[in-house]
Design a protein around this ligand. Sequence first.
Ligand code: FAD
Length: 471
Amino acid sequence: MVAEGRVIVVGAGIAGLTAAFRLQQLGCSVLVLERSAPQDVGGRMASVAVNGYHIDRGATLLSYKNKYLLSLIEDAGLARDIIPSPGESALVRNGRVVQLRTGSLRDVRGSFPTIRDFARVMADFRRIRPLINSRDMSTMAVWDNESVSGYAARRRLSSGTLDYFLDPLGVTHNLADPEQTSVASPFIALNRILHGHGFFTFQQGAGFVADAISRQLKVEYHAEVTEVEEHKHDVTVTWATAGGEEHLAQCEVCVIATPPPAMTRLYGQLSPEVGDYLRQLEYAHAIHVNFCLDEPTREKQLVLHYSRAEDPDLGVTFLPHNAAAQRVPAGKGLATTYLRSRWCRSHWDLADEAIVDRALRGLSRVGAPGGLERRINGTYVCRVAPATIIRRPGDYRALAGGVSKELERPTRVLFAGSDYLADSSTNSASYSGQKAAERAARYLGLRSAPAFARAHRVDPDTLDHGAKIRR
Ligand SMILES: Cc1cc2nc3c(=O)[nH]c(=O)nc-3n(C[C@H](O)[C@H](O)[C@H](O)COP(=O)(O)OP(=O)(O)OC[C@H]3O[C@@H](n4cnc5c(N)ncnc54)[C@H](O)[C@@H]3O)c2cc1C
């Protein structure tokens, strides 16, 4: 079978959907091939409906700083569905909730055990901050020589600062322990707290964006791409459908928008250097337990960060009803608790009931969020692997060593996905999809449309959602 279309996009995650949407805006004929079923569209940005609750399988925190994602939302006509979220973050310590309000240096100061540690970490943050770049994190190369715990030891920070500040922020970023992850992680999270613009959400969860955009595109589901082969004048894409039937199509340009592990299996023409780099990337395993509640918790925060000193396996809890009341059925509540990647990896096949028990034991040990166990009317366990990329010390340096240039060279086969050049996030995934579309357009001899430039100017205050944005 030969499919129509000058461009084929592999993968209907937010990176692939962005690339396809932008190319379609330019008048291209685009076919998206996605191995999952329609209800799972969005990959790691999908939401699932369970007894009236919309549960985010992956991404849940969408920030007003996400300008590429926001411009996509606006251009796809979805801005009126945005619900601004008053939710904030907090650290949980000895059963007490210590607020970390967006933009509050005072709250950050209050969460350090000593003023000396606060001064040291803030001095380093000021040096690191200009290097944080959600589009291409190779900028972080100069700082990327130690783990979070190695950094804490070198800077002679107290165990309280590591356990109650750096680790809880870092684990929210990628679910990894501080021995494993690059020192960049907690600083990226701190940047979001000090320089964020607050969050937004949708009634049906983050997955609404992917679902609504996919409906504006031509997507073939249950289509698992097995090979992408680049020739001088075209690209051949091979895929299998649910019954095992093989399909083949030629296109002028192909955008591979799968995470690197899948990409290295289906595209054999990578340079050995890039192939080796992508194959050794490490991903978190994510298991999260969703507690559907009869009523909202007394706790008003959106994000609760835990210390491993109080429970070694607990990561973070999100309370979506605090993002917006409309996020849950009227009068109800929802709590999503993540366990750390180390625990998830070694307990991947554990029965759901045992996982729920483990999460509940952890929550009662740390004493938050108060009273949750008395309100539960149902639970839903979600497993995601590969989940978020774990940037180990040295990873960003390898990116700067040529991988990022090679992945951007002009060819008929382009790559999109946050995990290639940045950390896992919906905004960097969307940016990468837009960049791939721009390169594809150049390759096809099309002129860039104004919509592409708008991404650089989008201002949340001018979005057409009519609601007052809280600062
Ligand atoms: C648990 C979790 C929580 C997260 N929380 C947040 C958050 O709060 N905020 C945030 O901004 N980001 C968050 N992220 C990160 C964010 O969700 C991802 O970085 C982003 O969604 C990745 O998008 P993508 O399109 O690059 O990849 P994916 O979403 O993984 O999309 C890839 C798609 O390709 C398909 N595919 C793979 N192989 C093939 C093949 N051979 N043939 C056809 N199709 C194929 C997959 O089925 C999938 O649909 C979270 C991620 C996870 C897992």
